[in-house]
Ligand binder design. Structure first.
Ligand SMILES: [Zn+2]
Length: 303
């Protein structure tokens, strides 16, 4: 009894020491003295870069122009996760493969920030059983601002010495996002009301559409990696024809074949280069540019 209590005390002291060591080196997580942050997608990496500035070194596991939904981590990704001082994902089914990667990397003790979990106003993906929440909250700039708050809090918690700097940089970034949000509203206002209808490849735009006053008529696939049934596609074609949709949109990271077939069936044009889950080539190299680019494509195709 006495021995086990002594062991417990030693273990407690060791834990405290480890805790102190962790705290004192948290600001110097990487070999370059920066805090090493690993995100699942390039969009979240850009947000972390804006909040962390020169204090952080950020790596996205999913590369630009790649699909997060069907991504399969490679051995190099396990090493990347093992090196992180903070891990950032969305949750809600977008990037759940990170959880297994954390286990494979023995990184269960690394702080994990889930940007999209437990926020109000989340909608469900239609047709999914059991009920599945739609993860694409960040496409509404108002939700992106909530993501930024969470990033600032998490960085400050892992690196308390710089918490005030993270808060200041987050506030400046949110100011830019406020400007972006106002710009989107002004742009969408130029589209005739009857034309504010959207068909996309996958269901990434419900929050954008809800916030900025656009109706989602349908999506070509219920989930990336799943081929739609003939019945599903037939229903979608009817809905598109009834709604008088002017253009069908797809995203740069998905093959355009299905959307091309849909468009030729209903006789409307295709815009095949929206961005949502991943950044792309210039000029779409930041979250803000994703929103600017997509909004510009919508205005051009629907006006
Ligand atoms: Zn997506």
């Amino acid at each position: 009894m006495r021995l086990s209590r002594a062991i417990a005390l030693v273990l407690a002291a060791a834990t405290l020491l480890a805790g102190c060591a962790g705290a004192s080196t948290a600001g110097a997580g990487g070999s370059d003295g920066k805090l090493t942050v690993v995100t699942t997608t390039t969009v979240f990496a850009d947000m972390v870069s804006n909040v962390g500035g020169d204090l952080v070194s950020v790596t996205s596991i999913v590369p630009k122009n790649a699909d997060v939904h069907t991504f399969e981590p490679r051995p190099a990704d396990i090493r990347t996760v093992a090196s992180a001082k903070l891990l950032v994902m969305n949750g809600l089914g977008l990037d759940d493969w990170l959880q297994k990667t954390i286990t494979d990397a023995s990184a269960a003790g690394t702080p994990l920030l889930q940007l999209g979990v437990d926020l109000p106003g989340v909608t469900l993906l239609p047709g999914e059983t059991p009920d599945t929440e739609n993860p694409h909250l960040w496409m509404d700039v108002k939700y992106a601002e909530l993501y930024v708050d969470r990033i600032a809090t998490a960085l400050g918690s892992v690196d308390p010495a710089h918490a005030a700097t993270y808060e200041t940089q987050a506030a400046a970034y949110k100011q830019q996002l406020e400007t972006l949000d106002a710009w989107v509203r002004a742009q969408i206002a130029t589209i005739p009301v009857a034309n504010r209808k959207l068909v996309t490849f996958h269901d990434a735009f419900p929050y954008y559409a809800r916030e900025y006053g656009i109706t989602i008529v349908g999506v070509a696939v219920e989930a990336p990696g799943q081929d739609p049934s003939a019945g599903y596609t037939a229903q979608l074609i009817t809905a598109i024809k009834n709604a008088g949709v002017k253009a069908i949109f797809s995203e740069a990271q998905f093959p355009p074949k299905l959307v091309d077939e849909l468009a030729s069936e209903v006789g409307c044009k295709v815009v095949a280069n929206l961005y949502d889950d991943a950044l792309g080539d210039p000029p779409v190299t930041s979250y803000e540019e994703v929103i600017r680019w997509d909004t510009t494509q919508l205005v051009q195709a629907l006006s």
